[in-house]
Structure formats: C-alpha cells, structure tokens
Design a protein around this ligand. Structure first.
Ligand code: IMP
Ligand code: MG
Length: 182
C-alpha cells in the first residue's frame, strides 16, 4: 500500500496540528449556538473523529452517506444513500467533507439542506481544497489545506475504496491508478 504513494503531502502530526487550529476557530464561532455537524461519509470519517474531539461544545452529529466519484473523476451528480435527515430546525449546521474538488458534492448537500432542513445557518468545513484551473461550484467556510490538482489518498480519502486507512495524505502514483482502475 505504501509503495503506491508517489509522495506524502501531509504527515499525521501536521494534520493534527492544523486540526487544533481549525477546532479552536470553530469552537469560538459556535460558542453558545446549537450546533449539528453533518459529516459526509465515507471520506470524512477520520477527519470527523479527530476534529470533533478537539471541539469542546455540546454538538450533535448526523452522518450522510453520499457518493460522487468514480475512480479519479467526479461523476458530476451525487447520490444520497439515505432518505431522511436529522431534525436541525433552528440549529446551526456545519457540513464536514474530506475534500473540495469540483464542488458539486458540497453544492448538492447545501442545496438539500437549504431546501429541506429549516436550519438557522449552514456552513461547510473541508480538510483539503484542490487548486483548480476553473472555479469550483461552491466555496467552503473552513479549509484545512490547499493542495495541487492531483489525486490524493489516505486519512479517509480513497481510490476505488482503497487507501482510506493510510495515516497520512499522499499523492497516488499514476501506475497505481491504472492498476486499481475499474
Ligand atoms: P467534488 O464533488 O468534485 O468536489 O468531489 C468531492 C468528493 O470527491 C469528495 O468528497 C471526495 O470523496 C472525492 N474526491 C475528490 N478529489 C479526490 C481526491 O483527490 N482523492 C480522493 N477522493 C477525492
Ligand atoms: Mg471518495
């Protein structure tokens, strides 16, 4: 698994110290507010666990299972795998996702929350944002790291469901992309 990585972008210690900073900002922004975190699975499961343990607020959690990617390309539309969403009427919602690429996933999630949830506010937080040639479909309010437009895996992020359990974030070798294509 490690030999499929071209280079490491962020080691676990670097990620965790960035999460300390992000958690501090988020905790200040949501102090005295009723917060529900909507985390987008599977990609954000490690990010969610590490970030939320650093936020000392009485928050609630809803996890959504969503899929938008096939291989290394966004399909352009997303599938929600559950029908009902948690009751967040009058609450402040913070969406957590692993990475903002085209922005289509986050846009669709925000649209659904805006249409159906009755939330008092909706913001988003991503661990990674890719620097793209063209503009993304939406912006994120909290961003961990800006990365180049390359395919990355680890720390929750996958390529065709592999590599999620790598403890760091790394760029996948072209050769591994071809070998595990489907
Ligand atoms: P978007 O809809 O194009 O912004 O894509 C967002 C989703 O695609 C994320 O939630 C990830 O699951 C996945 N994704 C985008 N870029 C990468 C990547 O470089 N590695 C792994 N997954 C990615
Ligand atoms: Mg994925």
């Amino acid at each position: 698994m490690q030999s499929d990585i071209d280079r490491i972008l962020y080691h676990e210690t670097t990620i965790l110290s960035r999460l300390d900073e992000m958690a501090h900002t988020i905790a200040k922004d949501y102090e005295d507010k009723e917060l529900t975190v909507v985390s987008i699975l599977n990609g954000s499961f490690i990010f969610m666990a590490d970030l939320l343990r650093r936020i000392p607020l009485p928050l609630q959690i809803d996890s959504w299972s969503v899929s938008s990617y096939h291989g290394t390309k966004s399909k352009g539309h997303i599938e929600f795998r559950q029908n009902s969403i948690a009751d967040v009427i009058g609450r402040h919602v913070l969406i957590l996702d692993d990475i903002l690429d085209s922005g289509l996933t986050l846009r669709a999630i925000k649209d659904r929350l805006e249409a159906e949830s009755g939330a008092a506010s909706i913001r988003s937080c991503v661990l990674l944002r890719k620097k793209l040639q063209c503009e993304a479909a939406t912006v994120a309010d909290y961003i961990g790291f800006e990365i180049p437009d390359e395919f990355v895996v680890g720390y929750g992020l996958d390529y065709n469901e592999r590599y999620r359990n790598l403890p760091y974030i790394g760029v996948l070798k072209e050769e591994a992309i071809r070998r595990h294509a489907r």
